[in-house]
Design a protein around this ligand. Structure first.
Ligand code: G
Ligand code: MN
Length: 412
C-alpha cells in the first residue's frame, strides 16, 4: 500500500485548519499575533492551541503510517479518531486519554465498514483490538507529554517563533526601542536602555516576554541580540555627536549568550565603538545568568569592567540570590525589579524590600535603578529611600529613536 493513500484523508483537514488559522488574520502565520503584547494571556493560549493541533496532526500521520507499515489497512475514518485521542492525551493527561479512547472505541463499533473483512464489516475481535490500541496510544502519548518539562504546545510554538525570528532578523524587521533612565536627584536623562521590539508581518507588536524566551530556547537569541547590538551602536554613535559625551547606552545580555566566546567578541567591538564615540556602555545581566555559570560569568564581567563597560544587575529580587553573594562580582548598578517598585508607595513590605536593596547596593558601592516607575507617588517614595535612578512609563516610555525625550524631567 502506498504512503500517499494514507496521507490523503489528512489533506482536507490540513486545508480546513489553514483556513481556520487564516480566518483570524489575512497574512499567513498571523496566528502568531496571538503573542501580542496587549492581550498576552488569552492569545498565548490560542497560539498554543494551534501549535498542539498541528503537533497532533503530525503524530496522527505517524500512527497511520505505522499501521500501514505493520501490514494493516487503515480505515481513514477510524484513523481520524487518533486526532482527538492524541490531542486530549497531550492536553489532559491519562484520564482524559482513557475517556477519549473509550468514546472513540464506542464510536467505531463493530458496524464500522472494514475493507479487509470479507463481510465488509469488521468482527468483534478487530473492534476490541482497536479499542485496546486507542487506549494504549492515548496512555503512551499522555506519558510522553508528562515527561517533558515544558508543554508540547509551548515547545512547538517556540520552535515556530524561533524560525519566524530568524526570518525577521534576515529581513531587518527587528527594531530597537529606547527607554530613558533618569537621575532622581536632578531629573537629567542619564542614558537609555535598548529594548528589542518585533512586529508581526501584519504590524502588530509581539510581547518580548514571550519571544525572548522562545529565542533563547531555540538559539535564535544570538542573531536577535546581534541585530539589537548593531542598531543600538549605530544609533548611539549619532546621539553621542548630537547630545555630547557622557550618555549611557544600556543593552540586555541574555543568560544564554553571556558566557559564549562570541559575546566577548561583540562586547569588545561595542566597547571600542563606545570609547570612540564618547558614550558609556552598560550591560544588563540577570542574577540567574551569573549563578548559572559562576566562574565564566565572573571572567566575562571582569573583562567588561576592564574595558570600561558598566555592569547592571537586571530585574534584581526575582531570583534566589542575595546581594551579599553577588557582591563578589563586579556590579556597578542594581536594577530593582518592577514587582517591588509597583507598590513601593502603598505597601509596607514592598517599601521595606526596596529600602533594603538600596542600602545593601550602596554598601557594595553600586548605584540603584528603580524599574517600572509609573506614578508620582512611587517617584517620591524612591527619592526618599535614596534610590539613585528611575526608569518607567512615568519618566519615559520605550520609543523609537526619533521619539526619545531627552529633556530634563521636573521631579515634583
Ligand atoms: O527585563 P527588563 O527589565 O530589561 O525589561 C524591561 C521591560 O519592561 C521592557 O519590555 C519595557 O517595555 C517594560 N517596561 C518599561 N517601563 C515599564 C513600566 O513603567 N511599567 C511596566 N509594567 N513595564 C515597563
Ligand atoms: Mn533590562
Amino acid at each position: 500500500m502506498s504512503g500517499a493513500s494514507h496521507q490523503a484523508p489528512y489533506g482536507p483537514i490540513v486545508t480546513v485548519l489553514r483556513r481556520l488559522v487564516r480566518a483570524r488574520g489575512s497574512a499567513p502565520g498571523a496566528w502568531l499575533d496571538g503573542t501580542e503584547a496587549t492581550d498576552a494571556g488569552r492569545s498565548w493560549a490560542r497560539a498554543g492551541f494551534a501549535a498542539s493541533v498541528i503537533l497532533v496532526l503530525v503524530a496522527t500521520g505517524l500512527v497511520t503510517a505505522a499501521v500501514a507499515a505493520a501490514g494493516g489497512a487503515p480505515n481513514p475514518l477510524t484513523q481520524l479518531l487518533y486526532v482527538p485521542i492524541l490531542y486530549v492525551a497531550v492536553r489532559h493527561g491519562r484520564l482524559g486519554a482513557l475517556v477519549m479512547a473509550v468514546v472513540a472505541g464506542l464510536a467505531v463499533g463493530p458496524w464500522m465498514p472494514s475493507s479487509n473483512a470479507p463481510s465488509g464489516h469488521q468482527g468483534f475481535r478487530d473492534w476490541g483490538l482497536r479499542l485496546l490500541v486507542f487506549v494504549l496510544v492515548g496512555f503512551v502519548t499522555a506519558w510522553l507529554a508528562s515527561q517533558i518539562s515544558r508543554p508540547f504546545a509551548v515547545i512547538a510554538r517556540d520552535a515556530w517563533l524561533g524560525q519566524a525570528l530568524r526570518a525577521a532578523v534576515r529581513q531587518r524587521r527587528i527594531r530597537v526601542h529606547y527607554q530613558p533612565f533618569i537621575d532622581l536627584t536632578d531629573g537629567r536623562v542619564l542614558g537609555v536602555e535598548a529594548l528589542c521590539r518585533w512586529k508581526s508581518l501584519r504590524g502588530r507588536p509581539m510581547a518580548p516576554d514571550v519571544f525572548i524566551p522562545a529565542a533563547e530556547h531555540t538559539g535564535a537569541i544570538a542573531a536577535v541580540s546581534r541585530a539589537v547590538f548593531r542598531q543600538s551602536a549605530a544609533q548611539f554613535g549619532e546621539w553621542a555627536t548630537q547630545h555630547g559625551a557622557g550618555l549611557t547606552m544600556s543593552i540586555n545580555v541574555s543568560a544564554v549568550e553571556l558566557c559564549k566566546p562570541a559575546f566577548l567578541v561583540d562586547l569588545t567591538r561595542l566597547a571600542a565603538g563606545a570609547a570612540e564615540s564618547g558614550y558609556r556602555l552598560c550591560i544588563e545581566v540577570t542574577e540567574t545568568a551569573i549563578i548559572a555559570r559562576t566562574d565564566e560569568a565572573l571572567l566575562v564581567l571582569s573583562a567588561a569592567r576592564e574595558m570600561g563597560v558598566l555592569v547592571a544587575l537586571d530585574d534584581f529580587g526575582t531570583g534566589e540570590s542575595s546581594l551579599a553573594y553577588l557582591g563578589g562580582f563586579p556590579i556597578d548598578i542594581v536594577k530593582i525589579d518592577l514587582s517591588f517598585v509597583a507598590a513601593v508607595d502603598v505597601d509596607e513590605t514592598a517599601h521595606a524590600i526596596v529600602s533594603a536593596i538600596v542600602s545593601m547596593a550602596s554598601s557594595l558601592g553600586a548605584a540603584t535603578i528603580a524599574e517600572g516607575v509609573e506614578r508620582p507617588g512611587q517617584l517620591r517614595a524612591l527619592r526618599d529611600l535614596g534610590c539613585d535612578i528611575g526608569q518607567g512609563y512615568y519618566l519615559g516610555r520605550p520609543a523609537a529613536a526619533a521619539g526619545v525625550d531627552w529633556t530634563r524631567r521636573t521631579l515634583a
